[in-house]
Ligand binder design. Structure first.
Ligand SMILES: [Zn+2]
Length: 317
């Protein structure tokens, strides 16, 4: 296999994260959608704020990349897009270098948002430390996964793509007692890790956590059935819910919802409901939390909302 092809194979598995980085809602990206705003970079105030500027060319980004040990992998040629730069990284970097570069991009973008929205000025050191500490978590999670590969479906700490031909649907719920509400969130990704859809809904009631988790599974099952998916791998960080789906009986409201969930299984060719740790369920968690400041329900198709973009990137590296 040629060097170029090897690079492409590595890169293909991560195209979910690339798609997200390519969709960063920079000032230039928003202006192209007719949003009226100043397109200058809010940090250096000299160049237009597009993704390549924020991540690689801005004076702040340059200071971040200095002395990271991966800066030689990042070459920005005239008229390059972020896609061009990252494609070269994927072709030439090791898996760990690719992960580190992905995490630095995430950390720089996160810092940009903190500056734009809160005027919170995170230092170059802060951005580097955040990325490096995430890399350590990523390495530990990979080692753990390796050690426990035979029981991964009950101990997964990082998000994994479903088998070929399957979709993975992560679900979660949040309770907000102070505003008398609960929130449900779910996200569907395909077997390449690509974002397909996300949905969240605010429920005007303070549900018991286990009931909220069960309700979020029931709604996700109904949603997947209506969309016609036949091989579905559902993941939740609620162990009780998984155990109940596997046959635990009871008369509570929780068990009534679980029974409804189990009734849905017959509409699919294959269904899995697995327990994963919260770190592998981050996107659904953020979706459920986001219902706090909204009403009703929302759905996103093909392009994820910006508030989950960072978590999707982390999942795919
Ligand atoms: Zn700038």
């Amino acid at each position: 296999m040629s060097k170029e092809n090897r690079g492409w194979t590595k890169y293909k598995g991560l195209d979910g994260s690339l798609a997200t980085v390519l969709c960063l809602p920079t000032a230039i990206a928003l202006a192209s959608k007719n949003v009226q705003l100043d397109v200058k970079c809010t940090w250096c105030l000299t160049c237009n704020e597009d993704a390549i500027h924020v991540l690689f060319l801005c004076s702040f980004a340059r200071s971040v990349w200095e002395d990271t040990g991966v800066e030689s992998l990042i070459q920005v040629l005239p008229h390059d897009t972020v896609f061009d730069v990252l494609k070269r990284v994927f072709e030439n970097g090791s898996r760990e270098q690719i992960a580190l570069i992905g995490l630095f991009c995430w950390s720089i973008w996160n810092r940009r948002n903190k500056w734009v929205w809160d005027r919170n000025n995170i230092s170059v050191f802060g951005v580097k430390s955040a990325a490096i500490s995430l890399l350590d978590d990523w390495k530990k999670a990979r080692q753990e996964d390796h050690k426990h590969s035979s029981v991964r479906n009950i101990a997964t700490r990082t998000w994994n793509k479903p088998p070929p031909g399957w979709v993975k649907i992560n679900i979660d719920a949040s309770i907000f007692p102070h505003i008398n509400c609960s929130g449900l969130g779910s996200v569907i990704r395909d077997d390449t890790g690509r974002f397909l859809r996300a949905r969240n809904r605010k429920v005007e009631a303070v549900l018991h956590p286990r009931e909220a988790e069960a309700l979020s599974l029931k709604e996700a099952l109904s949603w997947a059935k209506d969309l016609g998916f036949q091989k579905c791998s559902f993941e939740t960080d609620a162990k009780l819910l998984v155990n109940a789906c596997k046959g635990e009986h009871g008369r509570s409201y929780f068990h009534t919802i679980v029974k409804d969930c189990v009734d849905y299984f017959k509409h699919f060719d294959q269904v899995l409901v697995d327990f994963v740790s919260r770190s592998a369920n981050g996107v659904a968690h953020v979706l459920a939390r986001a219902t706090h400041s909204m009403s009703g329900s929302q759905e996103w198709v093909n392009t994820p909302p910006t508030f989950i973009s960072d978590v999707i990137i982390l999942d795919s590296i």
